[in-house]
Design a protein around this ligand. Structure first.
Ligand code: ARG
Length: 563
């Protein structure tokens, strides 16, 4: 809002011969469109009370037609109501095809890691939030001038392979695998884990030994073990990619734990030699984090020499430093791992890594049951698989649109819009409530509600030709919509700075609401509308359409053609 700050700055210069940067904010709408506390900042330099200064500034402002109402509140806050025309001009002056974006990131490099599922089981809703939030953060960083590198840190290392083969031979068959693919592997995995647990409780070890044997065979390069590993991995990876495609998310790299395990062991050896790590009597290796306030050390190698989660993460950190030289690394991983990451980051400090490391975590997804009770979604036997969730969402989307003319592609966009938008209903740290009815509600905070507003604007723009770009029009009925659009760049800036994509969702929802109120009050293109009015309004709607598409795309949501 340079038009306003400049005017006030000039008045202050004229009145008091002082140069000051004027900051304005949005007060409660009852008081005005904008407010500034600049009078309070000037008391020392000007040598007058803030109220007197404010009165002088207000006198200066009253001369202009653009300031419709100016008043003083409290000790010298200045409240301003400005003309819609001034706002429209202001919007025009800052408008371009990438409206909302900025270059705050200065081309610095950020690594964003998501969704990082585990290979042993089918993709579950447990990795819904890492994917959604990760993608939105990637988009936000791109929109604010960062160089973004994305990496899918697959959980593809260790025991699962041994468990898979042992279980496959014992509990499954080629037919079942051919039929159910990764779902069969998931079943085998769970069944075998259970059998291993029972065996251990009964003091046995036959099955456990078999699991170990397969792992050793694989390490030694045994041909049969290798062929199993390749086959199972391929099935699982194809499934992960399918699901990611359906979620419309992707990453530049896919360097999983298995890639880093051997590197991790090398690093641990080095740490041992340089006395950063110490070996326990049982052979396990730890890094003490005393000096960072942790009384528990970080275990970086098991007593049998096997790599651990922290071993692979250690190597991952160093690999990224060496190859990508990031300024910041963002790990999009659930809240359960908060303590682990705080340890990992302390270890990074101990190793002299200065890169800013950030654990972007989120709360659980709760599900609202038919009887009104609430429970953690992934604990339910019902919908836990990502593919089932997507299928169900698509079926729901079909119900919502009711019309037969909506393409399958649009149905998918609506389904994803509903799922993803609900992920941004509140600060990511809070648990979200997944209620099938409200996430599709065309009347409340939902993806489809915003998508519908965008579709409606786009339809008006399709049905009416824009033939003018300059008009003499007061924009009075459009004032709220314009004020909202003017907020967008600051919303993007804040969402990116604070890594809080939900701020974009809130903004889009409010824009949709403002727009609906506007439609209700104003016949935009029909009835008693002059050509000039119509053209001015269509031009504004074009901006609204662009902001809807842009904002939704920051959240990984597309605008359907119709719905
Ligand atoms: N695969 C892990 C899980 O599902 C998440 C990996 C997180 N990233 C990391 N660098 N540790 O729990």
């Amino acid at each position: 809002m340079n038009e306003i700050t400049c005017t006030i700055k000039d008045i202050i210069k004229q009145l008091f011969n002082v140069d000051i940067d004027v900051k304005i904010n949005r007060p409660d709408t009852r008081f005005g469109d904008f407010a500034t506390n600049v009078a309070m900042q000037l008391t020392k330099e000007v040598g007058k009370s803030s109220r007197e200064i404010a009165e002088k500034i207000i006198e200066g402002l009253q001369v202009s037609n653009d300031f419709e109402e100016v008043s003083i509140a409290g000790p010298g806050f200045i409240n301003l109501r400005v003309s819609a025309k001034l706002l429209a001009n202001s919007l025009d002056n800052t408008w371009n095809s990438t409206y909302g974006e900025n270059s705050d990131g200065n081309n610095k490099t950020v690594v964003v890691e998501y969704p990082s599922p585990n290979m042993a089981k089918p993709y579950s809703v447990g990795h819904l939030r890492p994917g959604n939030q990760g993608w939105a953060v990637k988009r936000l960083m791109e929109a604010t001038g960062w160089k973004v590198i994305t990496d899918n840190h697959l959980g593809d290392y260790g025991a699962p392979f041994g468990i898979w083969v042992t279980g496959f031979l014992k509990f499954s068959s080629e037919e079942a695998l051919a039929r159910d693919g990764v779902y069969e592997l998931g079943k085998v995995y769970i069944k075998t884990k259970k059998a291993l647990k029972e065996e251990k409780e009964n003091g046995g070890s036959e099955l456990a030994n078999e699991v170990q044997d397969w792992l050793i065979k694989l390490e030694k390069g045994d041909a049969i073990a290798k062929s199993y590993s390749q086959r199972f991995n391929k099935i699982s990876l194809e499934h992960i990619h399918n699901v990611m495609n359906r979620l419309k998310i992707s990453t530049d790299h896919e360097l999983g734990e298995a890639f880093f395990a051997p590197k991790g062991k090398e690093v641990v050896d080095k740490l041992l030699n340089s006395n950063v790590a110490t070996q326990n009597d049982d052979g396990s290796i730890i890094v003490s984090l005393d000096e960072y306030g942790f009384d528990v050390p970080l275990l970086v190698q098991k007593s049998n020499g096997a790599a651990l989660y922290a071993t692979t993460d250690l190597a991952t950190l160093l690999y990224r430093e060496e190859n990508w030289h990031p300024d910041k690394v963002i790990y999009c991983v659930g809240s359960e791992q908060q303590f682990y990451f705080s340890q990992l980051f302390a270890m990074a400090k101990k190793l002299g890594i200065r890169t800013e490391l950030y654990h972007l975590w989120f709360g659980f997804i709760d599900q609202l049951n038919d009887d009104g009770t609430r429970e953690k979604m992934s604990s339910r036997k019902g919908v836990v698989l990502m593919e089932e969730l997507l299928d169900k969402a698509e079926a729901k989307a079909r119900e919502v649109v009711k019309s037969d003319n909506v393409s399958e592609d649009d149905i998918k966009k609506i389904a994803l819009g509903a799922i993803k938008f609900s992920d941004f209903a509140a600060d990511r740290r809070t648990n979200i409530l997944f209620d099938w009815n409200s996430i599709f509600a065309l009347t409340g905070f939902s993806g489809p509600y915003v998508q519908y507003a965008a579709v409606r604007v786009n339809k008006i723009l399709r049905d009416n030709e824009i033939s003018l770009n300059e008009f003499d029009y007061d924009y009075k009925p459009e004032k709220n919509v314009i004020l909202k659009l003017l907020e967008y760049p600051e919303v993007v800036r804040l969402a990116a700075n604070d890594l809080e994509p939900h701020k974009i969702a809130t903004f889009l929802y409010e824009l949709a609401k403002d727009l609906n109120r506007y439609y209700e009050a104003t016949p935009i293109v029909v009835g008693d509308v002059s050509c000039m009015e119509k053209q001015a309004r269509l031009n504004l709607l074009q901006k609204v359409s662009q902001v809807f598409s842009h904002g939704l795309s920051l959240l990984g949501i597309e605008v359907p053609c119709s719905m």
